[in-house]
Design a protein around this ligand. Structure first.
Ligand code: ATP
Length: 239
């Protein structure tokens, strides 16, 4: 089998005296869509923050695209091709949609290519073209999520990590975002989704990792996980 794009092995991480992740392990293939699910406080956000270098790795290792990135900082990790769309989108509210997209390319210097990618993103997200000069802070929740995803894509990542994709959004908007995720995947970008809504997560991703108090309790194809009685009862509200 070809080398995984991302290989997380026995990962330990936390805050101060608190250990949140107690040896997490999973792999992602290039262009794969994987969802990370689990109860509140299971450590999903902590895992994304550790993978993007915002939190130090305290044990275990992370390999990405042929490199050991365990000790790398956030800038180096972004340059290597991991983009992080944080919970709450964190757009630059007073700045226009287009300038937010431009910020996503801040490590790049290929000006002409950046402009071409902005055109590509506004073609991919037509609503962003219509809102191009509007302040990002005035967009609806769904539009902000699209802008944040497009901003992440501006770094030309190989892996896009999205925290709480659907939180606070109407079902119709979540469906639109599902189409966006599929398109991102078709472009060859792997997507790691953190999602509270497990039913939605399983629809969007082909593989799932269930995190339970900082440990992986189950992982596998989402088609299998969604048939697992324990998963259905604990996370999907189904018998
Ligand atoms: P949620 O869906 O509620 O965001 P989560 O699975 O993303 O949950 P995390 O946000 O990673 O969980 O939190 C995991 C644990 O780490 C929780 O017990 C939380 O209280 C703790 N934690 C999170 N951020 C901090 C912090 N900055 N300092 C100390 N502890 C933290």
């Amino acid at each position: 089998m070809a080398e995984a794009l991302l290989k997380v092995d026995s990962l330990v991480s936390g805050y101060g005296d608190i250990t949140v992740l107690h040896g997490v392990g999973f792999e992602m293939a290039p262009a794969e869509t994987l969802c990370l699910v689990g109860s509140n406080g299971a450590g999903k956000t902590t895992l994304l923050r550790t993978l993007s270098g915002l939190l130090d790795v305290r044990g275990g290792s992370v390999r990405f695209d042929g490199n050991d990135i365990t000790r790398w900082g956030p800038r180096q990790i972004l340059a290597a091709g991991i983009a992080h769309v944080p919970e709450g989108r964190r757009l630059f509210g007073p700045m226009s949609v287009i300038d937010n997209l431009r910020m996503g390319a801040y490590l790049r210097h290929d000006t002409a290519e950046i402009e071409r990618d902005i055109e590509r993103m506004t073609a991919m997200f037509p609503i962003l073209a219509r809102r191009a000069n509007q302040q990002a802070g005035t967009l609806s929740g769904g539009e902000q999520q699209m802008c944040a995803i497009a901003r992440g894509m501006m770094g030309r990542p190989k892996l896009l990590m999205i925290d709480e994709l659907s939180l606070g959004l109407a079902p119709q908007v979540v469906e639109q975002l599902g189409g966006v995720i599929a398109q991102v995947a078709r472009e060859g970008v792997a997507v790691l989704l953190v999602e509270q809504d497990v039913t939605t997560a399983f629809e969007l991703a082909s593989k799932g990792v269930v995190l339970d108090t900082g440990r992986v309790s189950l992982q596998g194809p989402t088609a299998e996980l969604s048939r697992n009685p324990a998963v259905r009862q604990a996370y999907m509200g189904l018998a």
